[in-house]
Design a protein around this ligand. Structure first.
Ligand SMILES: [Cu+2]
Length: 258
């Protein structure tokens, strides 16, 4: 009697543990950067190699699992012009140059056709590379992960500032079916965007307000003595920028959303 109760207890504990592991995989396996924290560095010393990691596909309506195939992804960094800046959580009305002196052309895509056959840049009107899209080809099969490689340029923290870190919040959308914005659902897209009022907020969807981030920690110049412990700065893209930049254009034709 005692033995069988013990066995049942053990089986229950084991099943609970397995269940928890399964659940946490879904809770935490989101689309993120492979290396979410880097040190400040001078562009002269080269780039930081990084990647967008697509951790799962869209929701399969038949099973509820997030294992539908992904046909492309789009990623953009804040442009630093009309971005939303906070300092220790409080809104900052000044410009990004108060904290970062060389932001403007943050991304270079590492060419890679192993998963998606096509790729291109998302640029501002001056030709600065703010992000990229990649899609087509055989795509990402449900149940697998994709590592989409890119590099970031050096980021130099304003030495006069009190910033001990600057975190850039990306807007990323993994696409499983091409739709217009009204067609966004857990079955058509997985959106990893800050909820800033753009058409990509994805209220109620799986990745709501759970964007990928790149945290750059101060490592070249010491904090001025008057700064105390220093401040953490966060930079998000504006709704205007996401509405303008988070899309796939090929030769002047908008492919997604549509
Ligand atoms: Cu997820």
């Amino acid at each position: 009697m005692l033995k069988s109760t013990k066995f049942k207890m053990r089986a229950l504990i084991l099943m609970t543990a397995v269940g928890l592991a399964g659940a946490s995989q879904f809770a935490f396996a989101h689309t993120r950067l492979k290396t979410p924290e880097i040190q400040e560095n001078s562009a002269m010393h080269g780039s930081d190699y990084n990647a967008v990691v697509i951790a799962h596909g869209c929701e399969n309506p038949a099973t509820g699992a997030v294992d539908a195939n992904t046909i492309g992804t789009v990623a953009v960094f804040p442009d630093g012009k009309d971005s939303i800046i906070t300092v220790d959580g409080a809104p900052h009305t000044g410009s990004l140059t108060d904290f970062v002196t060389n932001w403007g052309n943050p991304v270079t895509k590492v060419q890679d056709r192993s998963i998606f056959a096509y790729e291109g840049y998302i640029k501002d009107s001056l030709g600065n590379k703010l992000g990229f899209w990649t899609g087509g080809g055989s795509g990402l099969t449900g149940g697998f992960r994709a590592v989409v490689p890119f590099t970031t340029a050096g980021v130099i923290i304003n030495e006069a500032s009190c910033a001990k870190s600057v975190t850039f919040v990306l807007g990323i959308v993994d696409i499983c079916q091409i739709t217009n914005a009204a067609g966004f659902s857990d079955e058509t897209v997985q959106m990893w965007t800050p909820a800033v009022g753009s058409i990509y907020d994805g209220t109620g969807l799986h990745g709501f307000d759970s964007p990928a981030t790149l945290k750059v920690t101060r490592s070249i110049t010491p904090l001025p003595a008057s700064c105390g412990a220093g401040v953490d700065v966060v930079v998000k893209p504006s709704a205007n920028q996401l509405n303008r930049d988070l899309r796939i254009n090929i030769d002047g034709n908008q492919i997604w959303p549509q």
